[in-house]
Design a protein around this ligand. Sequence first.
Ligand code: PLP
Length: 397
Amino acid sequence: MDFPILDTQVYNHRLVYLDNAATTQKPRAVIETLTNYYLTLNSNIHRGAHYLAAQATERYEGVRRQVQAFINARSSNEIVFTRGTTESINLVASSFGRGFLKAGDEVIVSGMEHHSNIVPWQLACELAGASLRVIPFSDEGVLDLEAYRSLFTARTRIVACTHVSNTLGTINPVKEIVDIAHSHGVPVLIDGAQAVAHMKVDVQQIGCDFYCFSGHKMYAPMGVGVMYGREELLSQLPPYQGGGEMIKDVTFERTTYNELPFRFEAGTPSVGDVLGLGAAIDFMQEQGIEHIAHHEDELLHYATERLLTVPGMRLFGTAPHKAGVISFLIGEAHPYDVGTLLDKLGVAVRTGHHCTQPIMDRYGIPGTVRASFACYTTHDDVDALVAALNRIAPMLT
Ligand code: PLP
């Protein structure tokens, strides 16, 4: 595996990069795809009659089909390129809100959502006069499905839930969540930001209506993401942004809109980044997604066991089904202090609320230290984290 940035030295230490839930590093093949795009192919897509435009368009649309196969969507019309998970969720919340939410309606979200799967729904609810209902979770970080079942009313219009919690690591039973919602005739959006790089995702098997994710958390460049929408539902949503590409005909009296998926891709997209996403999917498939999942699962168990030997260790998120995300505190030490001391030893972790303030409120803590894994994370990296924590633990108490 070739990740040039991982050779970086930090304060005379080998970089131990454990902030993969925030963003993954990029393999050389992705960086080269991006560079080659600007060296040899740069052109605006779809509109041009010339060679470069045709080539760039073909490659861009090729990645759409690649994403379709990657998540097993029925049609490439169901794949909309966005800037990332945040934009994907805002697209759905805004369009669905305008199309289907009315005063008195209800939207169900879980208590472990990232702010980007809470705030867009709050905005949509505010506009419509609708309200949010929240699925609670246990101390271990497991969603309470009985409570979830009891949240449905005749006014429930949509459910939005994360596949994997970026703070607790919990892998939620998304198929069951979808089946319960569908039994009430309610569609479901799944936030896949923390799932796609770590496990095989099959949107038809899950049965969800929308599935959103970011390229940069799966070895692709920043600036590109995906909104999968089931064609039947997507075709009923009003447009999100207006502009070039999303229209068929424009007059001052009346505008008609383009077909799917272009109707939701107003303006010039980030073509080079989309090609980079294609290279990242190639990279993951070469590694083998099952292999990556197995490797990270083994590391999770190894790291959890080793971390529990550190004096004062408090883990947050101990669900039986977890991805490679470990949130912790050391005694009463502030997470920021722990993170800063780890950084001086070359260990990069994230500290704070991880854009999940309701989770912090649930546990009554200001934040956590979070170590998160990727396919290139090694046992040595885990050992370096544990050694660094043992070294700084006496300074923290
Ligand atoms: N949802 C989850 C679960 C996340 O972990 C993140 C990012 O950390 C997001 C959404 C937002 O992703 P982005 O900032 O790439 O739009």
